[in-house]
Design a binder for this molecule. Structure first.
Ligand code: ADP
Ligand code: MG
Length: 294
């Protein structure tokens, strides 16, 4: 971390030197990225199940047009945390969120906020591709139909499938059932389904972990492409993947509570990906990224 710097909005955030990030390596919008506009600002966020913290006291900012990776051992709360960025934990009755999650400066847990609108702006893709048992076309059209975005629907479907690098493979079979696609195609379809309602952010929870290496590489290429227009947070247990795709990486670990009531995840270190992988500050990060963990 370097000295705090002014953002374009005149707020002060902890400075992170973003030179040499994946953003630059891929010639993407490094200029936009280095303005460090925080799309998400989490302040002391704790997510609990039945009152027991699963991940505690997380404060982090995620930047516009950056890819932020969440890494760490199984059970450290990566899925729990990413789900609270679009109020997906609302759907789990035992889950509760403390602390503040600001999205473009707005508290997404404020009473006046409509969670459906939140999930429109902040889409999500899961580990296992989960297309609806409907046609390829109807999968993409599903969200737009619900949200009454049906003007020029055919064009929207085509544009979205092109965006997700799937159009050429499916353009002649739009009416066929999506479950007939390969796993990798299904996952790109699920990404396309998220894109169809024009989100701002895409959250991905281990989006390639069920896929073969070639499909994984296509998903990674797609993630890079999408970064030009979207802000992306990705959970991955694959460290090479984090190193390949992410500009910023947050490393989480599990801590045993002092009062012996259990264990919960904590954010250990957050920095440029290159720094996390080559010169981390915390011993726990170093042990993990060098494979000494466990
Ligand atoms: P990760 O994605 O890093 O593997 P999770 O967020 O899935 O971690 O889990 C963090 C902790 O929260 C674990 O102890 C897990 O058992 C618990 N947990 C996750 N989902 C639920 C749930 N729906 N109900 C109760 N406990 C849960
Ligand atoms: Mg998980």
């Amino acid at each position: 971390m370097t000295e705090p710097e002014e953002t374009t909005e005149g707020r002060t955030v902890p400075g992170v030197n973003l030179a040499g990030t994946a953003a630059e390596a891929h010639g993407a919008t490094a200029k936009t990225f280095t303005t460090r506009e925080a799309v998400f600002a989490l302040d002391k966020v704790t997510v609990s199940y039945n009152g027991q913290p699963a991940v505690a006291d997380v404060s982090i900012e995620m930047y516009r047009h950056a890819i932020t990776a969440l890494i760490g051992p199984s059970g450290c709360g990566k899925s729990t945390l990413i789900r609270c960025l679009n109020r997906m934990n609302d759907l789990i009755p035992s889950a509760s969120v403390d602390g503040q999650v600001l999205y473009h400066g707005e508290d997404i847990y404020a009473p006046k906020i409509d969670p459906v609108e939140v999930r429109k702006r902040i889409g999500m893709v899961f580990q296992k591709p989960n297309p609806f048992p409907k046609s390829i076309y109807d999968n993409i059209a599903f969200g737009p139909r619900i949200l009454k975005m049906t003007k020029d629907l055919d064009e929207r479907v085509e544009r979205t499938l092109r965006h997700a690098a799937l159009w050429d493979e499916v353009k002649d079979r739009l009416k066929e059932n999506a479950l007939g696609l390969s796993g990798g195609q299904q996952q790109r379809l699920c990404i396309a389904r998220a894109l169809a309602v024009e989100p701002d952010v895409i959250l991905m929870d281990e989006p390639a972990s069920a896929l073969d290496p070639i499909s994984t590489s296509r998903i990674e290429d797609l993630i890079h492409e999408l970064k030009r227009e979207y802000t992306i947070a990705i959970v991955t247990h694959n460290m090479q993947q984090a190193a390949r795709v992410a500009d910023m990486t947050a490393f989480f670990s599990v801590e045993v509570r002092e009062d012996a009531t259990g264990r919960h995840g904590v954010l250990v270190e957050y920095d440029r990906t290159t720094r996390i992988f080559t010169n981390p500050t915390d011993r726990r990060t170093e042990d993990y990224v060098t494979g000494r963990f466990g």
